[in-house]
Write a protein that binds this ligand. Structure first.
Ligand code: S3P
Length: 438
C-alpha cells in the first residue's frame, strides 16, 4: 500500500488533457480483437483495467501491439474463431472486463476461468450469470455468484430477449456480446437508459444492431453470427476522469482550468448538469465530434456551489461520478440529498459507505442512508482534514481520487491509505494534479 497526503495547494489553472475513456477503450480492444483484419486505436487509456482486457483478448487469439503513446494496432481473430485461453484470465480490479468478456465467451465453444483482486472477487456476477445461462452457457461460480468462476460457452447459443432488472451497461453489453456469435436475434430491453458505447461501436464495426422503443423502454436487437470489419477508433477523453478536475476547479478558490477533449455522450454527462444546477461555472468550448462521440473542451472556474436534491433519474448518466459529487456537496452551501443509489454499494467498493466514512473523517457532515447520502456543506469553508488518521480507499480508484480532491480544500490535508488503485483508470492523475495546481 502506498499512502499519500493531499493538502491545499492553491488554485487549479492552465490546460490539461485527461486520458482516453475507459469504457470506450475496453470496447475498442474487444471489438477490434473480434474483427477480421487490422484496426488502429488512438487515445487508448493505458490503465491497468484496460490492459487486463488487452491481455485477455490476446489469450483469445487477437494480436495486439502498442506502437506509441495511446496508439495501438489490433489484428482481430474473428467472431466465432476465439481460442480457448490457456491460463486463467486475471481481470485485476476490472468489472467491465469481467462481465463483457464473460458474455463473449458465452457464445463460443470454449471455457475460461476468470479471477480478480479482492475488490472484484466480492462483486456480484449473478446479474450476468442469469442471462448467459439462459443462452446456454454453464457457469461454476464461487459462493454468492462471485469470482473466481469458470464459464463454459455454448455453440450454438440460444438467442434470448432479456429485460434488464438493474440499470447496467455491463450486463447489457455482456448479452449483446454473447449475441454476436449466436444464430438469430438477441434482444435486450432497457427500462432505464445506460451508456450506449457498445451499441454505437458495434454498429461502427459493422454488426447489424437495431435500437428501438417499446412502451417507453429501449429495445436493442443484435443479429447473430455477425462479421465485424476492422476500423480505426479515436478514443475521446474520459468524462469520469475529467470529473475530478471539474469538481476540484469548482471548489478551489481562484481556479480557472481548461480540460481538453472531454467526451460528453448524453449517457455520461450527468455530472455536468448536476454541477451546473449547483451553480458551477463550466463552459463548453469548441463542441465537436471525436470517434462518433460528442466532445468539448471544458473551462471550469471556481464558484460557490449550492446544495440540491439530486434527481435519481439522472443517476445512470453519472453513476461513477457520485463519489466526487459528494465532495462538491461537502463544500457547497446548504444540504445535498441523493437517493436511488443502491448500485453504488456494489462498485469497486461500497461507495456510499466508503465516502460517508472518508468525508466524515475529513470533517464533513454526512448522513448515510440505504440508497444515498445527505451532505450538509460547509458553505465554501475548508474541511478540517484527517489530522488523526487516514481514509481508506478500499481498492477503489474513485474513492482515492475523490478524497484527493477533498484534500485540496482542507486545512490539515487528507491522507489516503493507498493511492495505487488510481492506476486502474487514471495513471496520469498525480502528474496532472501537479501540473494544474502547481
Ligand atoms: C461501465 C458500466 C458501469 C460503470 C463502469 C463502466 C461500462 O457499470 O460503473 O465503471 O463500461 O459498461 P454498471 O454496468 O455495473 O453500472
Amino acid at each position: 500500500m502506498s499512502s499519500h497526503t493531499f493538502a491545499a495547494r492553491g488554485p487549479l489553472r492552465g490546460t490539461i488533457r485527461v486520458p482516453g475513456d475507459k469504457s470506450i477503450s475496453h470496447r475498442s480492444l474487444m471489438f477490434a480483437g473480434l474483427a477480421v483484419g487490422r484496426s488502429r486505436i488512438t487515445g487508448l487509456l493505458e490503465g491497468e483495467d484496460v490492459l487486463a482486457t488487452a491481455a485477455a483478448m490476446r489469450q483469445f487469439g487477437a494480436q495486439i501491439a502498442r506502437d506509441g503513446n495511446g496508439s495501438w494496432v489490433v489484428d482481430g481473430v474473428g467472431v466465432g474463431s476465439l481460442l480457448e485461453p490457456r491460463e486463467a484470465l486475471d481481470m485485476g480490479n476490472s468489472g467491465t472486463s469481467t462481465r463483457l468478456l464473460m458474455g463473449l465467451v458465452a457464445g463460443h465453444a470454449i471455457s475460461a476461468t476468470f479471477t480478480g483482486d479482492a475488490s472484484l472477487s466480492g462483486r456480484p456476477m449473478n446479474r450476468v450469470i442469469v442471462p448467459l445461462s439462459q443462452m446456454g452457457a454453464s457457469i461454476e461460480a464461487s459462493a454468492g455468484g462471485t469470482l473466481p468462476l469458470m464459464l463454459r460457452g455454448a455453440n450454438p447459443a440460444v438467442p434470448i430477449t432479456y429485460r434488464l432488472p438493474v440499470a447496467s451497461a455491463q450486463v447489457k453489453s455482456a448479452i449483446l456480446l454473447a449475441g454476436l456469435n449466436t444464430p438469430g436475434i438477441t434482444r435486450v430491453i432497457e427500462p432505464v437508459p445506460t451508456r450506449d458505447h457498445t451499441e454505437r461501436m458495434l454498429t461502427g464495426f459493422g454488426a447489424k444492431l437495431e435500437v428501438g422503443e417499446e412502451n417507453g423502454e429501449t429495445v436493442i436487437a443484435i443479429h447473430g453470427e455477425a462479421e465485424l470489419h476492422p476500423m480505426d477508433v479515436v478514443v475521446p477523453g474520459d468524462p469520469s476522469s475529467a470529473a475530478f478536475f471539474m469538481v476540484a476547479a469548482s471548489i478551489v478558490p481562484g481556479s480557472d482550468l481548461t480540460i481538453l477533449n472531454v467526451g460528453l455522450n448524453p449517457t455520461r454527462a450527468g455530472l455536468l448538469h448536476v454541477l451546473r444546477q449547483m451553480g458551477a461555472d463550466i463552459e463548453e468550448v469548441d463542441a465537436r465530434e471525436v470517434g462518433g462521440e460528442p466532445v468539448a473542451d471544458l473551462r471550469v472556474r471556481h464558484a460557490l456551489l449550492t446544495g440540491i436534491d439530486v434527481d435519481p433519474a439522472i443517476a445512470p448518466s453519472m453513476i461513477d461520478e457520485f463519489p466526487v459529487l459528494f465532495v462538491a456537496a461537502a463544500l457547497a452551501s446548504g444540504t445535498t440529498r441523493t437517493t436511488g443509489l443502491e448500485e453504488l454499494r456494489v462498485k469497486e467498493s461500497d461507495r456510499l459507505a466508503a465516502m460517508a466514512a472518508a468525508l466524515t473523517a475529513a470533517g464533513a457532515r454526512v448522513e448515510e442512508h440505504e440508497d444515498g447520502l445527505t451532505i450538509h456543506g460547509t458553505g465554501g469553508d475548508p474541511l478540517r482534514g484527517t489530522a488523526n488518521g487516514r481514509v481508506k480507499s478500499l481498492l477503489d480508484h474513485r474513492i482515492a481520487m475523490s478524497m484527493a480532491v477533498a484534500g485540496l480544500v482542507s486545512e490539515g490535508g487528507v491522507e489516503v491509505d493507498d493511492i495505487a488503485p488510481i492506476n486502474t483508470s487514471f495513471p496520469t492523475f498525480m502528474g496532472l494534479l501537479d501540473e494544474a495546481a502547481a
